[in-house]
Design a protein around this ligand. Structure first.
Ligand code: GTP
Length: 522
């Protein structure tokens, strides 16, 4: 294809505003010209376009492969938190932004109001908005026309963004790339901008979504390259590839993955340590954004301290460990190195937030920007915000750097023995209330046992709160009046399963989820 006919764009939107539906519709209209290329929904065509993937933290990456975005806004809901975040990402990358108002078929659709919001908040003339129904296909062809008309073509030096990379035992690193300039062929010498290392291309091809080897990939296409890279770190997500001796400016948006949330991870049983280590290592081969450091704890034994891009990333990683590797792990409460927020009223005061600004999107909706300590939002802020606002408030955040604060370390003891995984850093003004609340929650989370358990919160050597769990042993067979053996067996089995989820600390059985539960506020 002549480069001047190639367009790279991305579909971005607040959750549920209709990205996938529009992408499907575009595929239908353009038929063979478009190919859906990976499970992450990059879409490739004469006018390649891609869309935000399932995990939010990939938004900025996919945007950087484009010259323009379709900013989808729901005609009923209007501008939401992620609409604003996506707009700024695209704006800062100097991309052409085409506002698309979707779901105009809805009974409560109010495209006029949304156009006014767009004009007011983003300073885009309302005449530039395209009103569509992705569901019914209304005006979707107009979207394609405007993409060609408004978004500039790609340039002709080879320039590719690595958007994923996997490790294959036989072939080495397979880098998935989006070309948005020039072309690359088998035998070409390519350089990774991040490490400055050169490689010879051994194999390359299109992704649709399976690998289809070809001799050459052209701007606008999405494909894969294999070039003798030995570790996924050599093909980092977000890195730029260019031809040897034809350097290009690295694509905007390349930032080495930065861990935001850290958590300790330990095997349920130390005998599973080696198996878990190998599972973690395998998963990391496919996800270079996870950081790992060895760690050990008195109560939980040997384990690791893992860094993730966010809570969702951490959850997905844990789920994969459990589902793909059948691993049973204890994850300690996540902690964070830093943070910041964009949010909507309330609840916020109790979280040490400082309001930065407030902006009325229209008469019904306000956008408020706060600086929060990250540790105040990491566990349950989002759930609380959603439930307090009956689902109306939306939330997004970005890093605002570190700030000094008056913090102290608080320990928790079970029968006098400190439990490291529960140790937490709290603001001085909140130490007493937090200590008391966590002791109460521990009391609820830990089942009664054959002996009494003292639950204490301490700052240094000073005990500041205490709860007592009374002794008690549940006799599960008490209800089986002799006779029925199968019923007895069933109950015993149930009890045994219940036990599995417990973690022994000293002589006390602590349920696995207690570590997270105690941090959730009521
Ligand atoms: P995430 O990927 O989860 O962020 O969602 P998305 O932005 O891809 O939204 P998706 O396309 O999954 O659409 C969300 C919901 O809105 C689905 O139930 C769609 O059927 C519906 N939807 C999308 N477009 C339209 C439309 O034009 N009209 C109506 N009435 N519903 C639509």
């Amino acid at each position: 294809f002549p480069v001047e006919r190639i367009r790279n764009f991305s579909i971005v939107a607040h959750i549920d505003h209709g990205k996938s539906t529009l992408a499907d519709r575009l595929l239908e209209i353009t038929g063979d010209f478009l190919q859906r290329v990976t499970s992450r929904c990059w879409i490739n065509c004469r006018w390649r376009e891609n869309e935000e993937s399932l995990l939010n933290y990939e938004v900025s990456r996919s945007i950087s492969a484009c010259q323009g975005v379709l900013l989808i806004v729901d005609a009923n809901q209007g501008i939401q938190a992620q609409t604003v975040a996506n707009f700024y990402l695209a704006f800062e990358a100097q991309l052409t932004i085409i506002p698309v108002i979707n779901k105009i078929d809805l009974k409560n659709a109010d495209p006029e109001r949304v156009e006014k919001q767009i004009e007011k908040v983003f300073d885009i003339p309302k005449e530039e908005c395209i009103r569509i129904s992705a569901k019914l296909g209304t005006n979707v062809d107009q979207v394609l026309q405007e993409v060609v008309k408004r978004i500039p073509p790609v340039d002709d030096l080879f320039k590719a963004l690595v958007f994923d990379s996997t490790f294959d035992h036989y072939r080495g690193v397979v880098a998935n790339i989006a070309l948005f300039g020039g072309r690359v062929s088998r035998g070409d010498k390519i350089v990774s901008a991040h490490l400055g290392k050169s490689y010879e291309v051994n194999e390359l091809g299109l992704l649709r979504p399976d690998e289809h080897p070809t001799e050459t990939l052209y701007a606008g296409q999405v494909g894969y390259v294999i070039a003798g890279m030995k570790e996924v770190k050599e093909a980092q997500i977000g890195d730029t590839l260019y031809l040897h001796k034809q350097p290009v400016e690295a694509l905007p948006g390349f930032k080495p993955a930065k861990s935001m949330v850290f958590a300790g991870m330990y095997p349920m049983d130390q005998s599973e340590y080696t198996a878990l280590r190998s599972a973690v290592e395998k998963l990391m081969l496919n996800d270079s954004s996870v950081t790992v450091q060895k760690d050990s704890s008195l109560a939980l034994g040997a384990g690791w301290r893992l860094g993730f891009l966010g809570l969702l990333h951490m959850e997905v990683f844990n789920q994969r460990l459990e589902q793909e590797y059948n691993a049973s792990v204890i994850v300690t409460a996540p902690t964070v190195p830093y943070k910041a927020v964009l949010a909507s009223a309330k609840l916020i005061k109790s979280r040490r937030a400082v309001q930065k600004n407030m902006f009325y999107i229209d008469e019904h909706r306000v956008m408020i920007k706060y600086i929060f300590p990250l540790n105040e939002i990491v566990v349950d802020f989002y759930d609380q915000l959603k439930s307090m606002s009956s689902g109306y408030a939306s939330f997004d955040y970005e890093d605002a750097g570190y700030e000094a604060a008056d913090l102290i370390k608080m320990d928790f003891l079970l029968n006098g023995r400190p439990v490291e995984e529960l140790a937490t850093i709290v603001h001085k003004d909140k130490a007493y209330s937090a200590g008391k609340a966590i002791c109460e929650r521990l009391k609820e989370s830990i089942p009664r046992q054959m002996f009494e358990i003292a639950v204490q919160a301490a700052i240094g050597s000073k005990i500041i709160a205490r709860e007592t769990i009374k002794a008690y042993r549940k006799n599960v067979l008490a209800k089986c009046y002799g006779g029925d053996v199968t019923r007895k067996m069933k109950l015993l089995k149930k009890q045994a399963e219940g036990k599995k989820k417990l973690r022994r600390i000293g002589n006390i059985d602590v349920p696995k989820d207690a570590f997270i539960n105690v941090l959730k506020r009521k």
